[in-house]
Design a protein around this ligand. Structure first.
Ligand SMILES: C[S@@+](CC[C@H](N)C(=O)[O-])C[C@H]1O[C@@H](n2cnc3c(N)ncnc32)[C@H](O)[C@@H]1O
Length: 192
């Protein structure tokens, strides 16, 4: 039987904070989104009516669970992660939550994986290696459906690092943007 999602999310959140405070090696940190970011993602997915969601940076699946739950049974999350240990943990949680059937994990380098995806997504959540975002940019804009929303995490916590990426969408015609001070800062990109 599926475990109560809220209690599972609370457990993962607590374990993530404890792990990341104790762990010195960055690759072993979970770096989960904050709970209020999960709540924001949930509202955005529900109100946008998204059916196909792409997540870049699964970690142990905390944000994936928020996205998959918000989608409902007719939606699907495709999530990209290169760390096999994190994928194993995430899969365990997806089964516990009873949400595994609506989550497709692709293992590998996200920049490379993005190039082979073809069908557009209604909603993209970007939370991986920030230094690769400018390289990913052409594939992200290609894969975001018209009327779709891309949400980028760490837009305030690492604003300077992300400024060239954000500037592209601020200056380019065909997009509306907003910087939302929730969690680590969420940059929202709506594609006309
Ligand atoms: C900030 S964490 C994601 C946290 C997750 N979204 C959550 O809130 O639970 C970033 C994740 O992206 C993964 N990652 C970083 N660069 C990647 C890349 N180029 N390809 C695939 N995964 C990558 C890392 O292994 C890490 O698990």
């Amino acid at each position: 039987m599926a475990r109560d999602l809220q209690s599972l999310l609370t457990d993962i959140e607590r374990k993530g904070l404890e792990n990341d405070a104790a762990e010195t090696e960055r690759a072993r940190k979970y770096l989960n989104i904050t709970k209020d970011t999960g709540e924001l993602l949930q509202v955005l997915v529900k109100t946008s009516g998204a059916r196909r969601v792409l997540e870049i940076g699964t970690s142990n699946g905390y944000s994936t669970l928020w996205l998959a739950n918000a989608l409902g049974p007719s939606g699907m999350v495709t999530t990209l992660e290169h760390n096999p240990h994190k994928i194993e943990e995430a899969q365990h949680y997806f089964l516990q939550a009873g949400l595994a059937e609506r989550i497709d994990i692709m293992q590998g380098d996200a920049t490379a994986l993005l190039t082979i995806l073809t069908t557009p997504f209604d909603f993209i959540f970007l939370d991986a290696d920030r230094s690769a975002y400018m390289t990913m940019l052409p594939d992200l804009t290609r894969l975001l459906a018209s009327g779709g929303l891309l949400v980028c995490d760490n837009a305030i916590s690492h604003q300077q690092e992300l400024q060239p990426f954000m500037n592209y969408f601020i200056q380019e015609t065909g997009f509306d943007t907003a910087l939302v001070p929730v969690g680590k800062g969420e940059f929202l990109i709506y594609k006309h």
